[in-house]
Design a protein. Structure first.
Length: 157
């Protein structure tokens, strides 16, 4: 057992290799999607984060989620606004707060492109039993946290 590896670690190595391939395919998919939408990869990633949020985000919240500076996020929002994917809306209760609003018609364009991917991924996942899907979900959550904790500028390291 060279390097402290166990004899049965072959599957772990194979999973890690496929995980890297999945990561690379994900980056390429989002890069091509961004190009199709006329956005940079960074702008698309910020749009994606805003789309996934439970409520409208402020620029500060988007900066925290994306890891970008508030100045960089301001430039991202400017570009998203010019492209029609976002607009700034002042809070009705606190006029100092500005939220990023996402126009439904433009979001439908994005969703139409990604819908096919979601359907295909759903078909793959439905091949597994509900119990196996729970294990897959748990594993993906744990691996996501591992990746976050090893991100170069992570405060948690």
């Amino acid at each position: 057992m060279a390097g402290g590896k166990k004899a049965d670690d072959g599957d772990v190595d194979a999973i890690a290799r496929v995980g890297r391939e999945l990561g690379q395919a994900t980056v390429l998919f989002h890069t091509r999607l961004a190009e199709r939408l006329g956005l940079s990869a960074t702008d698309h990633k910020c749009l994606d984060l805003a789309m996934q949020a439970d409520k409208p985000l402020t620029a500060g919240a988007l900066a925290e989620l994306s890891g970008l500076t508030t100045g960089a996020v301001t430039a991202v929002i400017d570009r998203l606004e010019r492209a029609g994917y976002a607009r700034r809306v002042r809070s009705e209760t606190d006029r100092r707060k500005v939220y990023i609003e996402l126009p439904e018609d433009r979001l439908e364009e994005v969703n139409a492109i990604t819908r096919s991917l979601g359907e295909s991924a759903g078909k793959v996942l439905r091949k597994y039993s509900p119990e196996d899907r729970k294990k897959i979900l748990e594993c993906l959550r744990e691996l996501t946290e591992v990746l976050r904790s090893h991100t170069v500028d992570s405060d948690e390291r």
